[in-house]
Design a protein around this ligand. Sequence first.
Ligand code: ADP
Ligand code: MG
Length: 227
Amino acid sequence: MDYGAAPVVEGVNIEVNPGELVAILGANGAGKSSILQALAGLKRPIQGSIGLHDEYIQDLNANDIAKKGLALVPEGRQLFGELSVKDNLLIGAYSRSDQVDEEQELNDILTRFPRLNDRIDSPAGLLSGGEQQMVAVGRALMAKPSILLLDEPSLGLSPAMIGELYDALADLRDDGVTILLVDQMANLALQVADRAYVLETGQVVKSGTAEQLLSDPKLEEAYMGVN
Ligand SMILES: Nc1ncnc2c1ncn2[C@@H]1O[C@H](COP(=O)(O)OP(=O)(O)O)[C@@H](O)[C@H]1O
Ligand SMILES: [Mg+2]
């Protein structure tokens, strides 16, 4: 991965098994978003390969990658602020090649995020940050992805909303949804993750189970203090 000059991510090998919740941790500028964008086809790796199920996808465009079941919830959510919550959610179903039962999916998402029920006809831009993040996650889930990528979902949210959102992520993991999660709040991410990779200036410097990393004194010094 590069931005025209030197690579910003190099030699990174990340694996997510079906049903796992894996986190990528690291400071601002470490390359976390670059990795998610490369996986989603929004940026192209200059070297290396990306596998999804049993095929390589590094040469596919973002649309085709979405059709193959990878959904990215981008940093900053990127909803259509003028459109209703319902329309934002329905947009998520369009990236799916096979038929999705929209009503069924919509109901499932409103069950996961019950506070969206009252807001379903409101313009998404009028919702609180936490509610918007729930819409963004819901939109991604509408496509019934086989892997869900989340970029800094807790950014800018109140502690109460972060709690609610992370409870929903834990429920998704318990329901067998495969998730790759990026969050600067390492403590938070490690509470729901099975495993994690720690990224420093574009390289993986540590990886292990959430328990291993939570009890790692070096990691605590480097990342936990800022939460
Ligand atoms: N559009 C861009 N143009 C040039 N450099 C960029 C761009 N986006 C990110 N970078 C640089 O790439 C590195 C990794 O950024 P990023 O993947 O956004 O990190 P993170 O998500 O971990 O904060 C940083 O040094 C950042 O300054
Ligand atoms: Mg980022």
